[in-house]
Design a protein around this ligand. Sequence first.
Ligand code: PAF
Length: 273
Amino acid sequence: MRVVNSPLALQKLLEEEQGSIGFVPTMGALHLGHRTLISAAKNANDIVVVSIFVNPTQFLEGEDLDAYPRKEEADKKVCELSGVDYLFYPTVASMYGTDEVSLNAPNIRGYIMEGTSRPGHFSGVLTVVNKLFNIVNPTRAYFGKKDAQQVMLIEAMVTNLFMNVEIVAMDTVREKDGLAMSSRNAYMNEQERTEALYIVKSLRVATQMVMKGALDIAKIKDEMLHVLKPLEVVYVTIVNRSFEPIDKVEIGNTIILIEAISGTTRLLDNIWI
Ligand code: PAF
């Protein structure tokens, strides 16, 4: 595995490679969810590139940019053992100048849910993913469905900017008790970790309602909010797979999304119905 810090050096190295490139962009603190993305990339491509970059432009003022877990040595080991060919580890200064062109998330779908609770977040995500795609020029790029709105906006960017990359969205990987894996789970103490399971419970309640034929969005949301009471709920949103509002669950075309805070940890989860 080659560890490369310079964007231009990586671009040059990858231009010289033959075959398809599978790319897994991450912010590090790699867990089983990331390893699943890496192994999917490995199965479908000749070369696998992983980036680890805690992107400052997607953090808002006062958010956890400085506290975000950084596990350089452990992450390198994970990548090495997973058969990654290139690990891209750039510095902030090599990725950003002081005065830059940036991308804005689209007005409607980028400014609901997490776009409202974290204004500017998705513009930062799209800007850095665009840069990373330009450096790596991947054939396929792999993202987790836990960040469903992020995946949808990256797909929109790829379509809108006529980018030649296939976006592969992979199912959320969960802990044994159902909690969605996330690098931020490490912030929680035992009690907060236990309370975070109300998120999983609320998604189960919603699924059971749908299985019994209760498809009314308002009723499902009420039940979910009842289960989620011990947590600070940022939103519970039920939309179709184009992220448009709906009144009734459409089986095969619905996503139920939650953002909630346990202690001080912001947690996302969703279920695709
Ligand atoms: O999902 C993430 O880890 C980040 O948002 C991403 C896609 C690597 C961009 O910084």
